[in-house]
Design a protein around this ligand. Sequence first.
Ligand SMILES: [Zn+2]
Length: 539
Amino acid sequence: MPWLYNPCLALDTLTTNHVQYYPTTTNILLQLTTTQSGKGAHSSLSTTHNRKKQHMRDLANRALNIAQQLGASYVDVRVMERTTESIDVKNGRVGGISSGTSSGFNVRVIVDGAWGFASSANMDDAEAERVARQAIQIARASALVAGEPVILSPLPAQHGFYRTPMQKDPFTIPLNQKVQLLLDADAAMRSVQGVALTNSNMEYAREHKLFVSSEGSEVEQELYDVGAAIDASAVDPASSEIQTRSYPNSFGRQAGTSGYEFIEAMNLVDHGARIGEEAVKLLAAPQCPSGVTTVILDGPQTALQVHESCGHPIELDRVLGMEAGFVGKSFLTTDKLNGHYRYGSEVVNLTADATITGGLGTFGWDDEGVPAQRTPIVTNGIFSGYLMSRDTAPMLGLASNGCVRADSWNRLPMIRMTNVSLEPGTWTLDDLIADTDDGIYMSINKSWSIDDRRLNFQFGVELAYEIKHGKPGRMLKNATYTGITPQFWGSCDAICNRDEWIVWGTPNCGKGEPMQTMRTGHGAAPARFRNVQVGVGRW
Ligand SMILES: [Zn+2]
């Protein structure tokens, strides 16, 4: 992938001495120089921007027309440019600052009932024609292999523009301000005696996409996603044991489709000392005991539980055996979509909703031009829907519910989670703990494992607390729990209310070969599960 890097991110005002330097390119230089140069520069940026948009449109229509002339019964063209910047601070110093832009286009066709797909990073007329021809050739070759012809669910022509709602464009916030926020959070973590390792990171991206199809659709989107997180580790020098606490989430960062205000609202600095202290205390905490007990999962862990045990097994391409990489099959076979299959208890309601403001899986249209929408997945515990594409939904006599995305211009779009969420319940967290006589509260994921039908899972968390007689008790370390998906969700008897409900972002969901990394969202609040096997790991 042609990631392009630029050294002008190393601004003079940067007070740190560990900035990563990269070879230069001109397009990012232009963009950064212009956005920092005031009004006159802004109007020239607008002109450049409009010219670029027109070029994208001309290129897409040219490729579309050629593919149609060559005999495709369906064509879509996606032109995409994604710019990402990231900042990492490690142990009190800037570990790296990087910026990259990836741009290109693809042509997807149906010929003789088979798919063809080709792409290029060179966006000129000759390449539009070459890529269109190549997609046609690949489709003709694919049609030689016996199989059912592709049928697309109906879709009225789509037109429009969608931009992520936001207050502060993260690219216009001065770099030194963003670096300083992470350095301040790092200092707060390191102010705690016993903290040995600290990390903080921030990443933000802008994605410009144009989609046109032979059915008359033309939709354009400007999507922004932002995220950040910090973590502190304490090390026992005698045993080399390491304990880590993260905020707001582990394995990457908490992320959403929003502006810089999303990161500011995290108040990273305010949480630095707390997570540092918790990491140190964990070293001396007792192990989580083994047994069957009541478990309350915090929001981030509930979100990951939803992602792994609900989000992946409802991907219809996996259910139909069209995609099986990365623990890729599903126990939710199509015979279970009969209105009677019990996935969870009465209080369990799950939805796939690409329209939630700020969700990391939020957009205007998916990469097949299907409008963002909300689909019931589990209703009062009964399994009620899949994540679908235009070419899988007709196999169930249904229409696509807009769940197809590709992580780049050179990747075939496939079914991905949008925001797959556990709908809020009625409890406050305080009342839920007070109502629990004997149990364990578990916070933020440390490890996960699930079988390839997404049935049998085991998760570990960073920190746990005993709950005794309705009150939090001792801190426990290395807590784990295991279960079977429908039994586990069947044992859910309480979910916290909307005040505790947050859309957690998973910025690193892997699927497909070659692997695509996608950004998904999961609304979740703390939830209680009965009769759960805990303490299953060896430490
Ligand atoms: Zn995933």
